[in-house]
Design a protein around this ligand. Sequence first.
Ligand code: ADP
Length: 465
Amino acid sequence: MKSLYGKFVFSSFLVLVAGILLSYLVVNTIYHRDMKVDNDEKHVHIAEEMVSFIESTDGLDLERYLRTQAEAGYILYVSDQEDRGSFYGGPFKENSLPEGTVRSVLDGHVYHGMRDLPAETFWAGYFANDVANTVGVPFTYHDRPYALFIRPDIGLLFNELHWLTAIMFILIAAIGFIAVLYTAKKLIRPLTELTEATNQVAQERFSFFPDIRRNDEIGQLSDSFRRMVRKLEENDRARKAFISDVSHDLQSPLLNIKGYAELLGNPELPEGQRREYSEIVRDEAVRLSDLARQLLLLTSIDQITDLAEFEPLDIAAQLREVIRKYRWAFEAKEIYVSLELDEAVYPGDRELLEKVWENLLSNAVKYTPDGGEVSVRLRTAAEALTVTVEDNGPGVGPEDAQRVFDRFYRTDEARTREGGTGLGLSIVKEVVMLHGGSVKVDQGQSGGARFTVSLPCRHNQPAKR
Ligand code: ADP
């Protein structure tokens, strides 16, 4: 039985049967432990009432009286001292009494067969229609001693009730079973639908999704599944867009290199143009190599899910070092750099954070006009460390402020410039998020771009990407 449906139905059926058996055992045990003594006493009392009637009624027709009692719902056995016995009502299933019982009753003792019935687990005590399961009392009739044994005739007393009870049990079992079949189907159907949806997703078909609206755990599973599928769909779309962007961004420098290389092959090309074309080929090669380097870096960042071990870093020293590296570029454009750096030791990934500062500062160089200004600030507070890189270039408009961190996104203004891949800021964002921090861009005081990186001081949990 492999299906969940089959298992559910089978186990419910087992539970039903086990429940019936167990209830039977419990009821039987209760009878043997608590009820049979009372039952015995009650019937001894009834037997004594009968005997007292027999003994006090002159001219009583004993045969007729006992037959009347049998019709009223009792099974009776009467024995005289010669061991001649007669049965009334019944019949008894077992006709033998324990050895010496009749003699003992004739001698005046009361027989407590109901009370002394052995307490066997599968023995339905109350229902056993045996002579041994009776009570016996002595009486005298026409000066002769007799022993009278009685018990209620279960067959007669419970005949209709028996059937009603049996029908009730069969109905409970049947209705229960049908209900189990129905519930199992209802419970398991959404799982089957979810399995089908999983198969569709495995084939990259994201549009098919079963409409499961429930408030239980299956509903929650379906909601999580729906969210997961949406995310997968988004990732799939992003992946396809990424591949198409990468192909495009690889294609154009390669075409340029090919075109200018062909032009360079012309021996009659004037010297000035030759130099110009060689520079273009070199710039395009540099762009290609930057692109490859940044793509590699992004891919390796994508594979990091958690920065398990952080190294305590002197961020101020790291920023000074990066600025020193770009000094020639700042000097070439006569850009004035101002620094305000708090001392801060921050646990982070040295190489990745270096890439963050490099990208922000190289952008500042790139987008700041000659003779412009760039200011770098590092502030520490109890909850976060903040690095701000501000320039007085064209700035980033509010409509581009979110998108500049997307892969390959470049503003129209930037597109007209040479160089640039549109990957630098997405690397910044990925690294900062990996450290549990955030990055934003807005307008600085001089109207240029102001990039603010916040790194939380307690950042054991990197932000979800
Ligand atoms: P790029 O290689 O084009 O600089 P980035 O990812 O580093 O790629 O930047 C994405 C875009 O954000 C840039 O193309 C540019 O439009 C804008 N940008 C980045 N830094 C600045 C800045 N300091 N001033 C103005 N615009 C900027």
